[in-house]
Design a protein around this ligand. Structure first.
Ligand code: SF4
Ligand code: SF4
Ligand code: SF4
Length: 462
């Protein structure tokens, strides 16, 4: 059946009984067992209504009135490649040696590649390109009010601080010249000196700091090249950022050794960094340097239980908790921008669609590298055939996800993780599916609990 004709209706179950869930229409309701069976039977064959008794008709009428049987067009997140956002990796050098680093930061990707810095001209042309697109698209009536420069890395971007500074100054000049605002954000390990911190606070809209939450984990998992702990340095950064106007997020990578302390981590960071906007808790994925250390992915069931405990603690403290796969509020056919050609430039000037694939020696680069900076032409060249192929990395091409109620939320999960060496049609899920489904169900349960009947999308149906 074509996607546009699909009526997607699921019966989920928890301790209170069945929940009827229509993800595309964003409808949810608690029902009793016979009503849930009837709701599904009617979805499959509306002619069952002809033989219903009065009670059955009341159920179907109530569900119809509340939109459960409306056919909703599934989302199409892909768009023509005309980016107004670029992610720049200024360097693959790093001042830390995290034991689970996917990119072997500071060690050339683990493949003996050299430590390099991006050419300033490459960064400048990338900014020119997105700024120009932003102006043109805004002039054509699109709802675009700025261009966005993200500073990230397959290393620590602030190890190339003078380059980052030049990039920011250039972006600001272009913004002024074109009368189109620029927004900067960054991801960092947080080992920054005073000058760097002042610069971030003065110029960046938001910053995400990778930090393992408690001293014992941070020092063990995210040491410097000399093996020394980095908790003190990152804690200092976080305290300053938390007091500044910069939007602050923390990303904590959870290993099997840390999983039981998730609630403790939440309580600690919420209290110590009161300006913190969100804490992203992500189970480590066993790749990169993780394979050479004893960092292991936590058991999915244990991670889920501990996450739910931690969520309780976070809620009490007004802190938003995030796990990337569970996003009931999102409707999309792609997990990230990988399938519409996310414009990410590596230190060597290669353009990759995926943050985690940043070296030409990585076999996955065949799929994700779709362009490069050409210094002779002083411009970027893009491979349109590669871009078209990337467009296939979406959940419509993943039959494994067809019957999953998270299909249009999780959208098949992170391609770098679940499609390593395979085509989307071969996607067979991963241990993350269990976490994603459990935490998405939790989001639905909470919405049902928040809203009284008639107050929005969540209802109790007789
Ligand atoms: S700070 Fe980031 S790039 Fe550096 S080693 Fe740690 S995870 Fe890798
Ligand atoms: S595919 Fe995964 S790793 Fe790559 S950019 Fe998307 S979310 Fe990140
Ligand atoms: S089957 Fe797994 S990867 Fe696919 S949508 Fe569901 S949770 Fe996500």
């Amino acid at each position: 059946m074509a996607d546009s004709q699909r009526l997607e209706l699921f019966v989920l179950r928890d301790a209170q009984g069945p929940i009827l869930y229509a993800p595309l229409g964003r409808r949810m309701a608690r029902l009793n067992e016979p009503a849930a069976r009837l709701a599904l039977a009617y979805a499959q064959d509306p002619s069952v209504a002809e033989d219903l008794d009065a009670d059955g008709r009341v159920v179907i009428d109530a569900l119809r009135e509340r939109g459960f049987y409306e056919r909703v067009e599934p989302p199409h997140a892909r768009e023509a490649f005309r980016p107004v956002q670029v992610t720049l990796f200024p360097t693959n050098n790093c001042n830390l040696r995290c034991r689970y680093c996917y990119a072997f930061g500071g060690e050339g990707g683990g493949n003996g590649e050299p430590l390099v810095r991006m050419d300033l001209a490459c960064a400048q042309r990338a900014i020119d390109l997105i700024a120009r697109n932003a102006c043109e698209r805004a002039a054509q009536g699109e709802d675009i009010h700025n261009f966005l420069v993200s500073i990230h890395g397959n290393g620590e971007p602030f190890c190339a601080y003078d380059l980052v500074r030049e990039i920011v100054w250039y972006g600001q000049d272009v913004a002024e010249e074109l009368d189109m605002p620029v927004v900067f954000n960054a991801a960092t390990n947080g080992v920054l000196n005073d000058e760097q911190l002042d610069f971030v606070i003065a110029n960046f809209g938001s910053i995400n700091v990778s930090f393992d939450g408690l001293q014992r984990f941070q020092d063990a998992n995210r040491p410097g090249p000399d093996g020394r702990g980095t908790f003190g340095a990152v804690d200092r950064t976080l305290r300053r950022l938390a007091e500044s106007p910069v939007g602050l997020g923390i990303r904590t990578t959870v290993t099997a050794q840390m999983v039981d302390a998730m609630a403790e981590i939440v309580a600690f960071v919420a209290e110590r960094y009161p300006g913190l906007e969100q804490l992203h808790l992500e189970p480590v994925w066993e790749c990169g340097r993780c394979k050479t250390s004893d960092c292991a992915m936590p058991d999915a069931g244990v991670f889920t239980r501990r996450y739910l405990e931690a969520r309780q603690v976070a809620e009490e403290r007004g802190l938003r908790l995030v796990f990337s796969g569970a996003r009931q509020d999102v409707l999309s056919d792609c997990f990230c921008k990988v399938s519409s050609g996310s414009f990410t430039v590596t230190p060597t000037g290669d353009v990759t669609a995926c943050y985690e694939v940043s070296y030409a020696s990585d076999p996955r680069s065949e799929r994700y590298f779709f362009g490069r900076y050409d210094p002779q032409r002083a411009d970027f060249v893009f491979d349109q055939a590669k871009l078209a192929a990337l467009g296939r990395l979406n959940v419509r091409n993943m039959p494994f996800c067809d019957d999953c109620f998270c299909r249009w939320h999780c959208a098949g999960d992170c391609a770098a993780k679940v499609l390593d060496g395979i085509e989307p049609e071969q996607h067979g899920g991963s241990v993350r599916c269990e976490i994603t489904r459990a935490l998405t169900l939790d989001q639905i349960q909470r919405k049902l609990a928040w809203k009284a009947p008639g107050e929005g999308e969540a209802h109790d149906v007789p």
